[in-house]
Ligand binder design. Structure first.
Ligand code: XIL
Length: 369
C-alpha cells in the first residue's frame, strides 16, 4: 500500500525525477494509481470541471475518464448558456458532458442554478419589467427536472454572501436579493428539493479557505448563514467550498480551517471541495518553484479538509493547465502561462498531482453522501 511518505518522496524528488510511469504501471495488486482511485479507497470522490471543448481533445478525454470519478460543467450549465432567450433552453453542451459522464461511469454535478454572474443579458431587464413574475423557481424546476436521475448533486445557490456589502445578514447585494428579498435562497432550495428529491443540494461559495481578517469574517458569516438556514428547515445538504487558493498570497491557517469544517459537520452538512485550483501568479518566474508552492498550498488545504469525515468529494476546476492558456495567449498577454492544476499542458503529473495523491492516500474514511 503506497503511503503518504511515498508520495511525499515523489514530491521531494519532483514528479519528473520519480517517473510517473512507476506508479502508473500495475505492480503486484496495484491498479494504476489515479486520483479517482486513491480518493475512492476512502469513500471520497475525486473529479473536476470540464468543457465540451476539452472532450474533443483525443489525448485528454481518455485521461480525464481515468483520473476523475465525478464531473461538473465549467460553464455549460450557467444560465447564460442554458437559457439564452426567455424560456428557450439550449441543453446541448450540458447534455454532451452528462453523456460523457454516464458513458465513463462518472457521477455528474450541476453548477449552478442561482448566481449573480453568468446570467443571460435579457434576465435583468425581464425581472425589472415584471418584478412579480417568477424567474427563479420555474427555471430551477425546468432544469432540474430534465436532469433528474443524471445529476447527483447541484450547486443550487452560488456565492450569495458578501460580508463586505455591509448587511447584517451578510447577503450579497444582487439582482436576486433586489428582486425577491433574502428569502430567495430558501425559495430556491425548496424548489430544488421539490424538483429532484434524490439530489444532494449544495450551497456553494468561496472565501472561507485562507487566513486573514476578511476570511475570518467570511467564515463567521457563512456559519451564521448556514445555522439560520438549517434552523428554518431550508433543505441544504452540503456546503460547497470552492477551494480557489493562492500559492503566493494568503495562506491556509490549518487550525482555523479545521474548526470551521468541524462546525459544518456539527450542523449535519456534508462538505465538498467544488472548484479547487491554486493561483500561481505573484511569485517567482521559476516553474519548479511555482509548481512546488502550488503543491504545498494544495497539500496544506486538503490534509485538513480530508481529515474531516464529512468531506465526500474534491473537484479541481479543470484537470490540466493545457486549457488555461489557449495557444499561449495568456502567456503573451500576462507574461506567464498559469499552472493551477494537477496536470501540466502536456498532460504530465505535476507536484500538485502528487500532493493531492498524498492527501487522498492518508485521509480518514468519508461518511456516505
Ligand atoms: C467560471 C468559469 O471558469 C468560466 O468559464 C465561466 O465563463 C464563468 O464562471 N466561481 C464559480 C465558477 O462558481 O462558476 C466560476 O467559473 C469561477 C468562480
Amino acid at each position: 500500500m503506497l503511503t503518504r511518505r511515498d508520495f511525499a518522496g515523489g514530491l521531494a524528488l519532483g514528479a519528473s525525477a520519480l517517473s510517473t510511469r512507476a506508479l502508473a504501471q500495475p505492480t503486484g495488486d496495484f491498479a494504476p494509481q489515479t486520483l479517482g482511485a486513491l480518493a475512492g479507497r476512502r469513500g471520497c470522490l475525486y473529479g473536476c470541471a470540464a468543457t465540451t471543448f476539452e472532450l474533443r481533445d483525443h489525448d485528454f478525454a481518455p485521461l480525464l475518464a481515468r483520473e476523475a470519478k465525478i464531473l461538473v460543467p465549467e460553464y455549460e450549465m450557467k444560465r447564460a448558456v442554458l437559457e439564452p432567450r426567455p424560456g428557450a433552453y439550449d441543453f446541448d453542451g450540458a447534455d454532451a458532458l452528462s453523456a460523457f459522464a454516464q458513458r465513463t461511469g462518472m457521477q455528474f454535478r450541476g453548477h449552478t442554478l442561482v448566481w449573480h454572474k453568468a446570467n443571460p443579458p435579457w434576465l435583468g431587464a425581464a425581472i425589472a419589467a415584471k418584478p412579480r413574475d417568477d424567474f427563479l423557481v420555474r427555471y430551477i424546476h425546468d432544469v432540474m427536472s430534465r436532469y433528474r436521475g443524471r445529476v447527483a448533486s447541484w450547486d443550487v445557490v452560488n456565492e450569495a454572501l458578501a460580508p463586505e456589502h455591509g448587511r447584517r445578514d451578510a447577503m450579497r447585494e444582487s439582482l436576486w436579493l433586489r428582486a425577491y428579498g433574502p428569502d430567495y435562497i430558501q425559495a430556491a432550495f425548496h424548489a430544488a428539493r421539490a424538483a429532484d428529491p434524490a439530489a444532494q443540494l449544495v450551497y456553494n461559495d468561496w472565501g472561507c479557505e485562507a487566513d486573514g481578517p476578511k476570511h475570518d469574517l467570511f467564515r463567521a458569516a457563512t456559519l451564521d448563514f448556514l445555522e439560520r438556514m438549517k434552523a428554518r428547515g431550508v433543505p441544504i445538504d452540503a456546503y460547497g467550498m470552492q477551494g480557489h487558493l493562492q500559492a503566493f498570497g494568503a495562506k491556509v491557517d490549518q487550525r482555523k480551517l479545521r474548526i470551521f469544517l468541524e462546525r459544518l459537520d456539527a450542523l449535519g452538512l456534508r462538505i465538498l471541495v467544488t472548484e479547487h485550483d491554486v493561483d500561481d501568479s505573484g511569485g517567482p518566474t521559476d516553474v519548479s518553484l511555482r509548481d512546488r508552492a502550488v503543491a504545498d498550498a494544495s497539500r496544506r488545504f486538503l490534509d485538513v479538509v480530508l481529515d474531516n469525515r464529512a468531506t465526500t468529494a474534491v473537484l479541481t476546476w479543470g484537470l490540466s493547465d493545457r486549457f488555461l492558456d489557449p495557444p499561449g495567449l495568456r502567456a503573451r498577454l500576462a507574461g506567464y502561462s498559469p499552472r493551477l492544476l494537477p496536470l501540466d499542458s502536456n498532460l504530465q503529473r505535476k507536484p500538485m498531482w502528487w500532493a493531492m495523491a498524498g492527501s487522498f492516500s492518508g485521509m480518514r474514511p468519508s461518511l456516505a453522501n
